[in-house]
Design a protein around this ligand. Structure first.
Ligand code: 9MR
Length: 379
């Protein structure tokens, strides 16, 4: 009896020691060779991506570069494929950064997204003007077609997915932008979103195999907006407009309601009833550490770390469920480390935020471990 007890004790002490030593031997940095790859951990469920900038690709021997290749299988440029950067004047295209991005993607076997062809923001004013006057609908449509055809054809078969139109809705319905104002009901069929239809048709012609996405924010939190998106895309699909999926940006906060998000995503997923191949993607994920009504600039991360981790786990559990139901196949973060995020300074000037799974020095946060180990716990 005594011997048995001592053996039990020995076994318990040994496994505790193993656990402790396991804990201690966990790698510290995202680029460490022993660190498990985030995208590989999720390979049974969905792709995992990150938004990057051209300077991330300049030193291909850096830790930063290595961790990108290691943890993500999908990439998008945060700004450099937007209209104002890639097409600053009517006769000038600045393809350099996107060319380098595509070369990087091909050399490393990555899936590439293009963000974004048509947007009310970061779109140069020349699109909408003609000799100091407002451009006509015909001229604007022609310019939009040229813009889309030139860019999508250049990267045909190389950029896999395009955010064809970005943020065409606002809280109340169609966003009133120069696109709506000038192009309006171009074909006289009674709806005002003809610029969207023409954009998708043009992109499809330029690359018949690219996945064409309509991308927007707050679709997961605002059920009215999700319903508006559903209705608009439904009409377009019924008219044969080639929309392949909806992109949910998902700039979420630590106080987000994951169950409400699940319901809103299910509204959009009903578009599969019209096109069984219709997809939902998460395109710009980050999680602000601040509650929506907090206006402070600094937060003690260790104080909210448990909540942050729990929310990330809840979110990724939902993503896994959606993937298992065939409703989600891609989750892209809008950045990758806490030092480089549009949320530093937004929406409160001078604010520091900590929205990702690794800190500014690429140290793995505890949320990384919770998220990367989740698929293993599920299976
Ligand atoms: O992260 C981008 C930031 O660097 C730019 O200054 C900003 C300009 O509008 O755009 C940010 O990216 C946005 C994306 O293109 C569309 N969805 C919201 C993103 C965050 O603002």
């Amino acid at each position: 009896m005594k011997v048995k007890n001592s053996l039990r004790l020995l076994a318990a002490v040994t496994s505790l020691a193993m656990l402790v030593s396991c804990g201690e031997s966990r790698p510290e940095y995202a680029y460490d060779a022993e660190t498990p790859s985030l995208y590989e951990a999720y390979s049974d469920y969905f792709h995992i991506g990150a938004a990057i900038n051209s300077w991330d690709l300049t030193d291909q021997t850096s830790d930063r570069f290595n961790l990108l290749v290691k943890h993500y299988d999908t990439f998008v440029m945060e700004n450099e494929t937007k209209p104002d950067q890639i097409h600053p004047t009517e006769d000038t295209y600045n393809f350099g950064p996107t060319d380098a991005f595509v070369e990087f993607g091909e050399a490393n076997g990555k899936i590439l997204r293009g963000h974004t062809l048509v947007w009310h923001s970061q779109c140069p004013q020349w699109f909408f003007e003609d000799n100091g006057q407002e451009a006509s609908a015909d001229l604007l449509v022609q310019r939009m077609k040229d813009h889309i055809t030139t860019i999508v054809s250049r990267y045909k078969g190389r950029i896999d997915t395009w955010d064809v139109c970005n943020e065409v809705l606002d809280g109340g319905g169609m966003r009133f932008s120069d696109w709506i104002k000038i192009v309006g009901d171009y074909d006289g069929d009674g709806d005002k979103y003809d610029f969207i239809e023409i954009a998708f048709e043009t992109a499809r012609e330029a690359d018949p195999d690219a996945r064409l996405i309509i991308n927007d924010y707050s679709l997961e939190s605002d059920s009215n907006k999700a319903i508006k998106m559903y209705s608009m895309v439904k009409s377009m699909l019924e008219e044969g407009v080639p929309v392949d999926g909806v992109g949910l940006q998902m700039h979420v906060g630590i106080d987000m309601d994951v169950e409400a998000a699940r319901e809103n995503i299910k509204i959009l997923a009903r578009l599969k009833e019209i096109n069984p191949d219709f997809v939902i993607e998460v395109t710009e994920l980050d999680m602000s550490c601040y509650s929506w009504n907090d206006s402070s600039t600094e937060i003690n991360f260790s104080k909210i770390e448990d909540d942050f981790n729990a929310k990330y786990v809840e979110l990724f559990e939902m993503f896994i469920d959606l993937a298992e139901e065939g409703l989600l196949d891609s989750v892209v973060f809008w950045g990758f480390n806490d030092g480089d995020t549009w949320l530093n300074g937004y929406p409160v000037e001078g604010r520091t935020n900590y929205p990702f799974l690794m800190d500014a020095e690429y140290r793995l946060k505890s949320a990384f471990w919770e998220v990367v180990e989740l698929p293993g716990k599920k299976s």
